[in-house]
Ligand binder design. Structure first.
Ligand SMILES: [Zn+2]
Length: 293
């Protein structure tokens, strides 16, 4: 029986099937039992494999604790957050663009041709003017308002300016990047507000942190919203143009501090890969190629 069985087990069940062993047991009076262990090698996480949708399963190494973990991804959401199962910290935050492709969240903070507001004013007046201008230029609309686009996606600030509408991520990206373009220190926050998923903008002016809602078109300028630890907002990630910031201790309740380098671990953007160098052909090899071709 064994040669026939070995031949049968030698055929992979699928292209990803990496069989690693089997065991045969003879049961008294009932023939044989075969236990086969089949394993699949998961690919490393790459934006390309996510975009192509060739796999929903992949492995990724945690930059915090160094453990490698397997992840499963269902391509149904515009935001993909990878949390390390070993240490609980966020590893990566990706958003899906209007073409359906994933990018690191901070890659959406692209400087755009913002209308000039409040030129030459002090930082607080600049913050107020930009806030007013941004909320006026972005009507709130849930995703899926255009048949040519995926049902759920992130817009760049320029796309939001052109369309004049977007959801909370789109308007928070616009507001945050507009602030950054005017040298006002700002971060976009993602997390929950009163328990529901949300995105908003945090600005620091004159040592005060302001929590700016980008979805409220009529901000109350007489009562500027300074950050309050009991305001119901709980960020899990922050972004600026250069980095993703994740909570060092996500199990602890949020204490209202959006800037501490101890409480927020900075994960800088990956540097663009160096262009591949063309392989050098040695003179002798080139001469050989010429002779033989
Ligand atoms: Zn980890």
């Amino acid at each position: 029986m064994l040669p026939g069985l070995l031949e049968k087990l030698g055929e992979p069940a699928s292209s990803k099937d990496n069989r690693i062993g089997f065991r045969i047991r003879t049961l008294p009076g009932q023939g044989h039992e075969v236990i086969l262990i089949s394993a699949e090698t998961l690919p490393e996480l790459s934006l390309r494999s996510l975009d192509e949708g060739t796999t929903g399963n992949f492995v990724n190494q945690c930059p915090h604790c160094g453990k490698r973990s397997a992840y499963r991804h269902e391509k149904s959401s515009s935001t993909l957050t990878l949390d390390c199962p070993a240490c609980g910290r966020t590893v990566r935050l990706l958003g899906r663009d209007t073409k359906g492709n994933y990018h690191d969240a901070s890659a959406f903070l692209i400087p755009s041709p913002y209308p000039t507001v409040a030129p030459g004013t002090d930082p607080l007046d600049a913050m107020i003017s930009i806030w007013q201008a941004a909320v006026k230029r972005c009507q709130y609309a849930g995703d899926g308002h255009n048949d040519d686009e995926p049902a759920d996606f992130w817009q760049t600030p320029r796309q939001t300016l052109v369309k004049g509408m977007g959801d909370c991520e789109d308007s928070a990206l616009l507001l945050t990047d507009w602030m950054l373009s005017n040298d006002v220190p700002a971060r976009m926050a993602l997390g929950t507000a009163d328990g529901g998923g949300h995105a908003w903008c945090i600005v620091k002016v004159d040592q005060t942190d302001y929590l700016l809602e980008s979805t409220n078109r009529n901000p109350d300028l007489d009562n500027l919203p300074a950050v309050n630890r009991n305001d119901g907002y709980a960020p899990t990630s922050l972004i600026d143009r250069d980095a993703l910031y994740v909570r060092a201790d996500p199990a602890k309740p949020f204490d209202g501090d959006y800037w501490s380098p101890v409480k927020w671990i900075r994960i800088p953007n990956a540097k663009p890969a160096a262009p591949a160098k063309a392989p050098k052909i040695r003179e002798a090899d080139a001469a050989l190629q010429r002779r033989t071709s």
